[in-house]
Write a protein that binds this ligand. Structure first.
Ligand SMILES: Cc1cc2nc3c(=O)[nH]c(=O)nc-3n(C[C@H](O)[C@H](O)[C@H](O)COP(=O)(O)OP(=O)(O)OC[C@H]3O[C@@H](n4cnc5c(N)ncnc54)[C@H](O)[C@@H]3O)c2cc1C
Length: 437
């Protein structure tokens, strides 16, 4: 069956001809690396990826000692859709000579650093990533997409896949302060601690009760900080639900069911299922509680004070101290002060760099966001011939697997099947005991 791919257009008149790609991906995180890895055997020209970072990196400030992947390594870039693909995690281990050492280390969950190394290896094997190339705007002109950086157009493409990931979400009361000495983003904590003049007995506050917040508290504890306050909005520092029944939400069968639900039900379910994705790993919680307990045995007091059920509503800095005011779930306010505050307050989608002209050609929802179909394509005027896809941006539309690594390869397979107009990848999910519909 013929594909939708057109012939590479002739170079533009005048100036340097721009490279033209059948499929271009913006961002080279796990989402687009997975797509490129599965695309190798399906698209003659492969997929060209444009990445703003100067070289391979995956959440570089959040790979500290002891941090682990919350997803099985079997759910790598390719295996769930194409287990014979050479870019599997297993092939990474074998071809880099690490397999026996890895097996003997007997991990239940692999170190995050190992996953970052795997991604860098896959990127090197693919050889399709153009690093140091932030794309500031995607436009549609002359029957193709034009990708531009700060210095002008860098390439054109028939189809574009956005895999831009997320960036830290800074609560409004901290906006403008996140660059100051008193307020540190979680991903900068490691480098901050290397330069900071504060002493371990000084007070530090970590805001954010999820996995990243817990890791920051542990990090501070292990570095000898002895007066740490941990603030979270939920009524308790909730563990991630990694039970078999919770993992039913991370199956292709459930995704299909979820996508067919009315919007209101999807919104409610996405909120109710949050702890299957955004809670703290049980192992991290146990490590933290045990370290806190042991410190109290040795030193007579617990270095970490847990403060759940509190929302920070005001923040001010004076004379080297940061003061926070929190609203408590059960009413009333309280004040906390520290030498510095670490923000681990979640992440939000990176904005899509769409030209105003392109945005006008798209169907948008009430919030002005492009409408994303079940094959992850954006509904727009010329989608019959020129496709736009978006990964990791549709938690309510496509379920909680979308912002996670669990079904990375499945999502890539769905996108490639759609691009190719054929079932290049069979997505089989049988033996489902839970009945959804
Ligand atoms: C510390 C951490 C640990 C996580 N661990 C897990 C886990 O164990 N299991 C799980 O399921 N999920 C996990 N997640 C959630 C999620 O799976 C990851 O964030 C994952 O990296 C998302 O992949 P992505 O490719 O969509 O986005 P990203 O990994 O964020 O990649 C996006 C890429 O796009 C680039 N980019 C952005 N804008 C531009 C632009 N304009 N031009 C060019 N390039 C651009 C960025 O530099 C980045 O490299 C974790 C998240 C964090 C923050």
């Amino acid at each position: 069956m013929p594909t939708r791919f057109g012939v590479t257009p002739p170079p533009e008149g005048g100036g340097q001809p721009l490279p033209h790609h059948e499929v271009a991906g913006l961002g080279a995180g796990p989402a687009n690396l997975s797509l490129a890895a599965l695309g190798v055997n399906q698209l003659p020209g492969g997929i060209a990826l444009f990445e703003r970072r100067e070289g391979p990196a995956w959440h570089p400030g959040l790979l500290g000692s002891g941090t682990q992947l919350q997803t099985s390594w079997i759910k790598d870039l390719v295996s769930l859709a194409d287990p014979c693909n050479r870019l599997s995690f297993l092939n990474y281990l074998v071809s880099t000579g690490r397999i026996y050492a890895f097996l003997n280390a007997q991990y239940d969950s692999i170190p995050r650093l190992e996953y970052a190394r795997y991604l860098a290896w896959a990127s090197g094997e693919l050889g399709c990533v153009r690093y140091g190339t932030p794309i500031e705007e995607v436009d549609y002109a002359g029957g193709r997409f034009v990708l531009s950086g700060q210095g002008g157009a860098v390439a054109t493409a028939d189809h574009v896949v956005f895999g831009l990931g997320t960036r830290p979400d800074v609560p409004s009361c901290f906006v403008g302060q996140e660059e100051s000495e008193g307020v540190v983003l979680a991903e900068q904590l490691e480098s901050h601690l290397g330069t900071v003049s504060s002493k371990p007995y000084e007070q530090v506050i970590v805001v954010g009760g999820g996995q990243t917040g817990a890791e920051c508290v542990l990090n501070l504890l292990q570095r000898g900080y002895r007066d740490i306050r941990w603030i979270g909005r939920r009524p308790w520092f909730a563990p991630m639900d990694d039970s078999p029944s919770a993992n039913d939400f991370y199956r292709p069968t459930y995704l299909r069911f979820f996508q067919g639900l009315p919007e209101g039900v999807r919104e409610r379910y996405a909120a109710e299922q949050t702890l299957t994705s955004d809670g703290v790993s049980m192992a991290t919680l146990q490590q933290l509680y045990q370290a806190n307990y042991e410190a109290s045995l040795r030193e007579g007091r617990s270095p970490v004070m847990m403060l759940p059920g509190r929302s920070v509503v005001e923040a001010a800095q004076r004379h080297g101290t940061v003061a926070l005011w929190c609203e408590r779930d059960w009413g009333g306010r309280e004040r906390h002060a520290a030498r510095f505050v670490v923000l681990a307050t979640g992440r939000r989608s990176t904005p899509l760099p769409l030209s105003a002209r392109l945005l006008e050609l798209m169907e948008t929802d009430a919030a002005g966001e492009p409408v994303i179909d079940s094959d992850y394509s954006i509904r727009w005027k010329h989608s019959e011939t020129h496709r736009l896809y978006v990964q990791n941006r549709s938690r309510v539309g496509h379920g909680l697997a979308d912002p996670n690594l669990s079904l990375l390869a499945v999502r890539s397979a769905v996108i490639l099947n759609s691009l190719l107009d054929r079932q290049a990848f069979a997505i089989r999910d049988e033996q489902m005991s839970t009945v959804w519909a």
